[in-house]
Design a protein around this ligand. Structure first.
Ligand code: PMP
Ligand code: GLN
Length: 394
């Protein structure tokens, strides 16, 4: 028989599914895949339940229900001073995952170059390749994840269609500085390029630092597609409601991609997310504050176990160096053994890198999610302390 699509056939199952399955098999505490272990805000869930029962269960408008498009526009204005027309500049998708693919579809013609920053969220590279884009990878490395300016500048050129930017960044928890964003914006302007801005962790920035959308920088308003996710902003990852803000011209073509992918997203969930985005500032502040306390709890525990704990400025994740524990093998083996033998699942950070000839992929780092109840975080630390007795605490 003829072969199936070669790119998809060669794509492995995502590391998140692999590690969650292993966690279930070994009854491990799952600090791998990033999802909260509780439910999101009760009033947002109630809003969805009510919206199921009032007779609006047929196809919603393709761009998204008007309430949510207006709520996304108002959210952009409230938090970032961005004035956008909710009816022309917002497209609702089935999660940020669809939003990323829809934006890439809307921008890439075969042969276009796409600047991507490693470590990479897992869907970026396969989708760019499926669309015939030519990836230009720029690598950030632990422990400081500094942006290599000269390499970034060299990655841009006349054929650069876009840069994919994720800030706050999964898995390394880097929050790009105003100065780094300024450099990226200047390269986009210089080379007439777009930016797809994956900002799903926009409300999970710690230390009182602001989240700065690239879209707010001079000359960037019509070059950026800014992506948010109700999954992250309301701790309801299963809902899969994403929202894109872009210029009317971009939004129009992004909507064509959405039309061919899913066409619409569950109307009831959209309406509940519209309600949620209207919650007062205290909700958004407490989301970041609660997660920051969880970061500190897990970071302290991991340090006591003996891990080297890297800085976490945002997201759900802490990256650790496991070499101080005396394990010098590769990270996938470490994470598998940790899951099976210590009963705690984590994600190997090398999964976010594309292996390249002549370049060492970071192999000694594991990512732990802290978007969990304190009891679960404490249980994970207790298990790790039992597994690595005495290490790092002498
Ligand atoms: N982008 C990043 C950086 C993510 O970590 C995730 C996963 N939460 C997504 C996109 C996908 O978001 P969603 O669940 O809304 O599809
Ligand atoms: N964003 C989540 C993470 O990084 C996982 C999302 C998924 O499983 N596709 O852990």
């Amino acid at each position: 028989m003829k072969t199936l699509n070669s790119l998809l056939s060669a794509t492995g199952t995502t590391i998140f599914t692999v590690m969650s399955a292993l966690a279930t098999e070994h009854k491990a505490v799952n600090l791998g895949q990033g999802f909260p272990d509780g439910d999101g805000p009760a009033d947002v869930v109630e809003a969805a339940a009510a919206a199921l029962k009032d007779g609006r269960n047929q196809y919603p408008p393709m761009y998204g229900v008007p309430e949510l498009r207006q709520a996304v526009a108002a959210h952009n204005k409230r938090f970032y001073g961005l004035a956008v027309d909710g009816m022309k500049q917002v497209v609702i998708t089935s999660g940020a995952t669809e939003a990323i693919t829809a934006c890439l579809m809307a921008l890439i013609d075969p042969g276009d170059e796409v600047v991507l920053i490693e470590p990479l969220y897992d869907t970026y590279l396969p989708v760019v390749r499926m669309l015939g884009g030519v990836p230009k990878l720029v690598r950030l490395e632990p422990p400081d994840w500094a942006l290599p300016r000269a390499e970034l500048e060299a990655a841009f050129g006349p054929r650069t269609k876009l840069i994919m930017l994720n800030t706050p960044m999964n898995p390394c928890a880097k929050v790009f500085s105003a100065e780094e964003l300024g450099l990226i914006a200047s390269l986009c302007r210089k080379w007439d390029s777009y930016a797809i801005c994956d900002e799903v962790y926009e409300h999970l920035v710690f230390g009182g630092r602001p989240h700065i959308p690239l879209m707010t920088l001079p000359g960037m308003e019509n070059r950026c597609a800014r992506i948010g996710s109700a999954g992250k902003t309301f701790s309801l990852t299963g809902w899969k409601v994403g929202y894109i803000t872009a210029s009317p011209a971009m939004a129009d073509v992004i909507a064509k991609a959405h039309q061919n992918l899913t066409f619409t997203t569950a109307p009831n969930l959209q309406r509940a997310v519209a309600y949620g985005l209207g919650k007062d500032d205290a909700y958004f502040a407490s989301l970041a504050r609660d997660l920051e306390a969880k970061r500190d709890r897990l970071a302290a525990g991991l340090a006591e176990v003996g891990f080297g704990v890297l800085r976490t400025d945002g997201t759900y994740f802490i990256t650790t160096d496991f070499r101080p524990l005396g394990f010098n093998g590769p990270d996938d083996e470490f994470c598998k053994r940790l899951t099976a033998e210590a009963g705690v699942a984590a994600i190997p950070v090398s999964a976010f890198y594309e292996p390249r000839a002549g370049m060492e992929t970071p192999r000694h780092f594991a990512r732990f999610a802290f978007c969990k109840s304190d009891a679960l975080l404490d249980e994970a630390i207790a298990r790790l302390k039992r597994h690595f007795p005495g290490r790092g605490r002498g």
